[in-house]
Design a protein around this ligand. Structure first.
Ligand SMILES: CC(C)=CCC/C(C)=C/CC/C(C)=C/COP(=O)(O)OP(=O)(O)O
Length: 464
């Protein structure tokens, strides 16, 4: 059974994404050069170090794998190759001649401690739909599985919530008086507009999303929702969102919401496959929600609104550039033109540049009387933390892409692994950075603590 630990180690090395007990591997057949995703439903849990030992809990239940390109008449011709590649991965060896010649994929013999079964996606789908047909009536479970969950997923809920929070924070920070009804309409309207923009994006990209592990479980890719249904849904919630903003907040916010749907759904989504400028366009999309929040109660001519919008703009570079660095090959294979693979050094440089830009932007918030001056201390620490990792990432890439390292393959690959780690660290720092910087701004909002020092409150504002 020597294959078992070796296979486990091999699995660990190849893990791309881990999701509730399912480990996804990505390998490429040399024969076809088509990426194959193998889904090991048998691996239940892989945990980190405990007591100095790597803990692994692996279930030896039958494992099935599904080729992710199994469409049309290519499947039968490629079955054997897919099987052979899977066996290579599972057995950590290139010697699969016996099994692949005999075509005995389901029985790799005593070589493996578990069974491997090739699943034909078409067969699986037809089995699933026939079992659905036999189940009686249209129950709540079906409604949830077929309609509520897919349509909710169309809106990219986590991103939508982040967008909505950026608008609310900006509303909370704006100096003019707020009202509960305005806040409620701003929240609902922005959420619906963001959901609509995301649904358009998903409706337009199933062929590309299908090719990336991160996006291949999306409802349009799975076929739960057709692109037309996605667009209809987007039109419905987009109209509702813009109307809520128009009648419940004000026309400026409604126009910003509608324009942002178009900017993200059409301009940015199209640009993703054309030019690296797409990241800058995407950053602009992220800048609009805080402007919407601000414009709900205060004039956009106030420089504080531009500092806040600038923060959201700048933040997206250390965030997206480092995220895309670690999946640059997936982006490349799927046809997305990303700086991460087009110009890796520029990618790291831009992450650093915009991390540094956070300092003057936060300074601007205090300078223009949105926050107190103490904000400079804690926001400075958080910005320094992000900049530190962005700098490490940039510096490593600078070494990697120097003429000297490029001549030495081993050194280059080693350096790249280190850069991958720094990219991940910068990404993690960015995930915590944004909420921290916004929450701190709210805590430090100018005048918030005046009730503690009543004398301070009476001082006239020097600026604005
Ligand atoms: C009010 C309103 C309309 C707000 C819209 C806000 C919004 C949708 C921001 C998204 C920003 C962005 C560039 C995300 C990445 O998209 P991606 O297409 O690269 O992500 P993916 O690869 O996950 O599809």
């Amino acid at each position: 059974m020597s294959y078992f630990p070796r296979t486990s180690a091999h699995l660990m090395r190849n893990v791309l994404a881990q999701n509730k007990g399912t480990v996804y591997l990505r390998i490429t057949t040399q024969a076809t050069d088509i990426p194959i995703q193998i889904r090991f439903s048998g691996v239940r849990h892989i945990s980190g170090n405990r007591g100095g030992k790597q803990q692994q809990h692996i279930n030896t239940a039958p494992i099935e794998f599904t080729p992710n390109f199994g469409y049309g008449d290519r499947v039968p011709k490629l079955d054997k190759k897919v099987g052979a590649t899977a066996l290579k991965t599972l057995r950590c060896t290139d010697d699969v001649s016996n099994a692949s010649e005999a075509g005995t994929l389901s029985d790799p013999g005593a070589q493996l401690p578990f069974k491997v079964k090739l699943v034909d996606p078409k067969e699986r789908k037809s089995k699933r739909s026939s079992s659905h047909a036999t189940s009686q009536g249209f129950d709540l479970q079906t409604l949830k599985k077929k309609i509520i969950i897919p349509y909710l997923q169309l809106t990219k809920p986590r991103l939508t919530i982040l967008v909505m929070l950026s608008a609310i924070c900006s509303y909370a920070l704006s100096p003019y008086p707020a009202s509960v009804s305005e806040l409620l309409c701003l929240t609902v309207g922005t959420t619906l507009c963001a959901g609509s923009a995301n649904a358009i994006n998903m409706g337009r990209e199933p062929e590309f999303d299908r090719q990336m592990v991160r996006t291949q479980a999306r409802p349009v890719v799975r076929g739960d929702v057709t692109p037309t249904q996605a667009f209809e849904f987007a039109a419905l919630i987009g109209t509702l969102g813009v109307s809520t903003l128009y009648f419940g907040v004000n026309p400026t916010v409604a126009i910003l919401g509608a324009s942002n749907i178009a900017l993200y759904g059409w301009a940015y989504t199209s640009m993703k496959r054309k030019h690296i400028i797409n990241t800058w366009l995407g950053a602009l999309v992220g800048t609009i929600p805080p402007l919407m929040g601000w414009a709900a109660a205060s004039p956009l001519s106030h420089p504080g609104s531009w500092c806040l919008a600038g923060l959201l703009f700048a933040w997206q570079f250390p965030h997206f550039n480092t995220l895309s660095h670690n999946i640059r090959n997936e982006y490349k294979n799927a046809g997305y033109v990303m700086t991460a693979w087009k110009n890796p050094l520029l990618n790291a440089r831009v992450s650093l540049r915009y991390s540094i830009l956070m300092f003057p932007l936060c300074f601007g918030l205090s300078y223009f009387n949105i926050t107190d001056w103490y904000y400079q201390i804690d926001s400075g620490l958080i910005n320094a933390w992000l900049t530190f990792w962005a700098f490490k990432f940039y510096w490593q890439q600078r070494i990697n892409y120097s003429a000297k390292t490029l001549k030495d393959n081993v050194k280059f690959n080693k350096g790249l692994s280190v850069a991958n780690i720094y990219a991940r660290k910068t990404f993690m720092a960015s995930v915590l950075h944004l909420p921290a910087i916004l929450i701190l701004a709210i805590i430090h909002k100018k005048g918030r603590w005046d009730w503690i020092y009543p004398g301070e409150a009476k001082r006239p504002q020097e600026r604005l």
